[in-house]
Design a protein around this ligand. Structure first.
Ligand SMILES: [Zn+2]
Length: 402
């Protein structure tokens, strides 16, 4: 037994070491409800950066605004050496255009809209018709071009660009395309999930199953949680029977794959509890639970979401950097979305603490991403996240939350 025990201890400490390797220990104290309600006089402590009224303090907002300006300058400088042909939402110019549209929404400054338009024009010159997805293909730039403020739409139409939807761009179609096309795409997604589930003999346990590159991924970017999330969108108009009989049991199947830590595996075949990213792990799966709570009105989904938020708070300050796909800002969106749902100050506080971490961009010795200024991997995503502080109620994970 002694031997076994020491083996087990070794195993545990190896796992812990690996977890540690991927994230920084969170140095921030967690939200303290007692502090907010304390009335014990002038020397009372508040949950920094909240003020006495329980609002995000003006000085913190100012710091965030200044950092946005500073990072925008760095980003523009850095983009001079970025790949001129990458028009994608994920790592290319469309992502940058989306950032400027967001900054325009938040600030109403015309210069941001002008920038967005410049980047959209740029993408329109280099589309290649090879892929049709929103994040990596032509659909992203076309949708951004056609759905933004009128000036952008007008420009796209002047160029004679087609606004017809390519068939596989599910995320785009939910916002842009006629109902008929949405129905076709949604039906294709449901059928494909049913077929895969039947093939794997999982119809009873997980009626909608998907794989990508031969793996059954779970996360928001490549996996089942992202697909179920989209199917539950009101705009997808999935029939309530399909939601109840196919989507819901599949969500419960994923629910039972949870690690003891509260995190989720990256794929059904992966047993290691390592990644706490939007793309793989709890920070993506949480969006599925929040949507499931809205659709099925069951408390258990909200409880799952709250548990995801705990592991993100513990292990969400990532060594991989500050981006939204696999970085601290993307993890911060989990708190934003939960805050929007629950109105609990605790989550807004955590949003601020992750933002505070991002204010020290570049000082933690994080890995530098391949596309360091892009929307999904790099600085543009961090700026996007910081810009949400101005109006958290209206926040939306770019190209994901609708
Ligand atoms: Zn990622």
């Amino acid at each position: 037994m002694g031997d076994n025990m020491s083996k087990r201890l070794k195993l545990i400490s190896a796992t812990e070491a690996e977890m540690e390797e991927r994230s920084f220990p969170n140095p921030h104290p967690d939200w303290d409800q007692g502090l907010l309600t304390s009335t014990s006089g002038a020397d009372v402590d508040y949950n920094e950066p909240f003020d006495a009224e329980g609002k995000v303090s003006a000085s913190f907002q100012k710091k965030v605004q200044n950092k946005i300006k500073d990072l925008l300058q760095q980003m523009e400088e850095g983009l001079k050496t970025a790949d001129p042909h990458d028009f994608s939402t994920y790592t290319g110019w469309t992502g940058i255009a989306l950032l400027y549209l967001q900054l325009y929404r938040v600030s109403q400054e015309a210069s941001h809209l002008q920038r967005a338009l410049d980047y959209v024009k740029r993408t329109m010159r280099i589309l290649n018709g090879r892929k049709v997805t929103f994040l990596c293909g032509d659909a992203g730039p076309l949708a951004v071009g056609c759905s933004g403020p009128p000036q952008i739409e007008q420009h796209c139409r002047q160029q004679g660009l087609s606004v017809q939807a390519p068939p596989a761009a599910a995320r785009w179609e939910l916002t842009q395309v006629d109902e008929d096309t949405i129905t076709k795409v949604v039906t294709a997604i449901v059928e494909s999930g049913k077929n895969m589930s039947a093939e794997q003999k999982k119809t009873d346990r997980c009626p909608l199953l998907y794989e990508w590159h031969k793996k059954q991924y779970i996360g928001a970017a490549h996996g089942m949680a992202g697909i179920y999330y989209m199917l539950m969108q009101p705009g997808a108009k999935v029939h309530p029977d399909i939601l109840a009989e196919l989507v819901r049991p599949s969500i419960d199947y994923v629910r039972h794959k949870k690690f003891r830590s509260g995190n989720f595996p990256s794929s059904l075949s992966n047993e290691s509890d390592r990644l706490v990213h939007w793309c793989h792990g709890a920070p993506g799966v949480i969006h599925m639970f929040i949507m499931a709570h809205k659709v099925f009105k069951e408390e258990k989904y909200l409880k799952e979401a709250a548990e995801c938020a705990e592991v993100i708070w513990q292990r969400g300050l990532l060594r991989k950097g500050y981006g939204i796909c696999h970085g601290t800002a993307g993890n911060g969106y989990a708190f934003l979305t939960l805050y929007k749902l629950t109105q609990e100050k605790k989550y807004l506080y955590r949003v601020c603490k992750f933002a505070e971490w991002c204010l020290a961009y570049g000082t933690h010795g994080c890995r530098i991403p391949d596309r360091p200024y892009s929307l999904f991997e790099g600085m543009a995503g961090t700026i996007y996240y910081l810009s949400e502080l101005a109006n958290p109620e209206a926040s939306c994970f770019p190209a994901f939350e609708l």
